[in-house]
Ligand binder design. Structure first.
Ligand SMILES: [Zn+2]
Length: 172
């Protein structure tokens, strides 16, 4: 297992549509395990294959970082099969370091995918966990949250704004 370099915004590979995985070869498994290591090393909750320069439909995700940090999923050829509701999600991305923004996401999703052994599984997620899956899945279609975010700004500015909004709210 190894840590791979994370590609940053501006690189063409992040804007391309990824291809489905036809066969889960040892090389694909190694990629998945490297992606998990790389996600942990970068302190992220998700990482998609194009972020390490590979145009395959694979991402890894840790949708419950506080409640269940041991739940790390490898999703190969993922497909969002159901979406419901909406939420505003504050997001950042390992490929857009130092920035944050607000994205409209569904409140609840179902996603099906193959695991690292090629077994199909399905998850139902809501709240923050749903946004993680949607964010990573977008990467596989060449979409960065930064392309569709409102209030896209540096993390510093973002937290200042949140704080000032909280203070304004407290005065009311
Ligand atoms: Zn991202």
């Amino acid at each position: 297992m190894a840590i791979r370099n994370i590609t940053v915004r501006g690189s063409e590979v992040l804007a391309k549509k990824c291809k489905p995985v036809k066969e889960i070869t040892p090389r694909v498994r190694e990629l998945c395990l490297d992606m998990i290591d790389t996600m942990h090393e970068a302190d992220g909750v998700g990482l998609a294959a194009p972020q390490v320069g590979v145009l395959k439909r694979i991402f890894v995700a840790m949708p419950y970082p506080d409640e269940a940090p041991d739940k790390v999923y490898v999703m190969i050829n993922p497909e969002i099969t159901f979406e419901e509701g909406s939420q505003e999600s504050c997001e950042g991305c390992l490929s857009v370091p130092g920035y944050m923004g607000v994205v409209d996401r569904p409140e609840r999703v179902k996603v099906k995918a193959l695991d690292i052994d090629g077994n199909e599984f399905e998850l139902e997620l809501d709240g923050f966990a749903a946004t993680v899956i949607c964010h990573e899945n977008d990467h596989l279609d060449g979409i960065l949250y930064a392309d569709k975010a409102r209030d896209f700004m540096t993390s510093e500015e973002f937290y200042e704004k949140l704080n000032s909004e909280a203070e304004a709210g407290a005065d009311e």
